[in-house]
Design a protein around this ligand. Structure first.
Ligand SMILES: [Fe+2]
Length: 349
């Protein structure tokens, strides 16, 4: 993609984020990482009459975005850097090109009223899943339903049947841009989620062939059966894929790794389930967002306001599931069945 095209994308994205003359924008970066993104955002902000500046950290870690090395969430190079934190909190909008998700620093910046847009994905992913107001409306319709529900249950043909007691945690939406003070989003995205009560998740989750395990960026090939009791994974059974998952989680040597994190569903029709067969770049927003997936996850819940701060986070978008809120079908066999959330462009919708 040519640079002018990315410039246009950035301008459209910043317009969706409510950037206008007089808005203050801090672009957070480290070392030379994503330097083109940083430069382009700064340039576009200037063209739009916003006041923009770059908060650049010298430390370059490779474990934050999943491209290289382990994907350990929540530990950021901002820790202890009060001056940089103050510079970020002073802006209306922070563009995060590092990956602050699940960190105390991110929550602190949001609490100051500063909204945050994460932008770390490859250009083609930013372009192909570019956010729209339509997706926002559909995601926010889901937010209303999920906020009112007291119980979420999901199943699949491989034996999944698990129930989450809701109400303890807020609903988080991701539609790819943010124009609301203190709100975080990630360009690109298209899903929503909440968390079950800490001891209120019970049942079995059976991962089926084709489900995706992040951060492995791999499709499950053989079923993996997770037994969950009172919000804790007690057992991981199956063949090769189960061994990998068990080994990965054990590697953190942390009991909190076996907690249950967020639960929700994807609504983004431009996200491609099969992309990992040919393109493993990025942290996997196609996989997490694809239309009709049920996004099951394990590990931390501090993003939702909980106390589990483990560094071990596994996101598992599952296909062909059925998801119910207080017995109302929301997704049936991998297809969204609530009219207000259905894609207006997918032929099957
Ligand atoms: Fe997650």
């Amino acid at each position: 993609m040519s640079r002018p095209s990315f410039l246009d994308l950035c301008r459209a994205e910043l317009e969706l984020c409510g950037v206008e003359e007089g808005t203050t924008v801090a672009v957070l970066s480290q070392g030379h990482q994503r330097i083109q993104y940083v430069d382009t955002f700064l340039q576009v902000c200037e063209q739009m009459g916003a006041t923009a500046y770059n908060v650049r950290l010298g430390q370059e870690t490779t474990s934050l975005d999943g491209e290289v090395g382990a994907w350990e969430v929540g530990a950021t190079p901002l820790a202890g850097n009060e001056l940089a934190m103050n510079a970020l909190k002073a802006a209306d909008l922070v563009i995060d090109t590092i990956f602050l998700l699940f960190s105390k620093e991110q929550l602190e910046i949001q609490a100051s009223g500063t909204r945050i847009l994460l932008c770390i994905e490859p250009l083609e992913h930013l372009r192909d899943m570019f956010p729209t107001r339509d997706v926002r409306e559909r995601v926010e319709y889901g937010e209303q339903l999920l906020s009112k529900a007291s119980e979420l249950r999901f199943t699949n043909a491989f034996g999944t049947d698990v129930t989450y007691q809701l109400g303890a945690y807020p609903v988080i939406t991701q539609y790819g841009y943010t124009d609301t003070p203190g709100r975080w989003d990630h360009w690109p995205s298209g899903f929503l989620f909440t968390g079950g009560a800490d001891d209120g998740v019970n049942g079995k989750v059976v991962l089926a062939p084709g489900d995706i395990i992040f951060p492995f960026k791999e499709y499950v090939r053989t079923p993996v059966e997770l037994t969950i009791e009172d919000g804790r994974i007690l057992d991981i059974a199956g063949d090769f894929d189960a061994d990998l998952l068990r080994d990965y989680m054990a590697g953190f040597d942390d009991e909190k790794a076996y907690g249950i994190a967020h639960i929700g569903w994807g609504l983004l029709e431009t996200a491609k389930w099969g992309i990992l067969a040919t393109d493993k770049r990025g942290i996997g927003m196609h996989g997490r967002s694809f239309y009709g997936n049920v996004l099951f996850s394990t590990g931390p819940n501090q993003e939702l306001g909980g106390t589990n701060d483990t560094l071990c986070h596994v996101d598992i978008p599952m296909r062909n599931c059925s998801l119910y809120l207080d017995e109302q079908p929301i997704v049936v066999d991998g297809d969204v069945v609530v009219d207000e959330m259905k894609s207006r462009t997918l032929s099957k919708a």
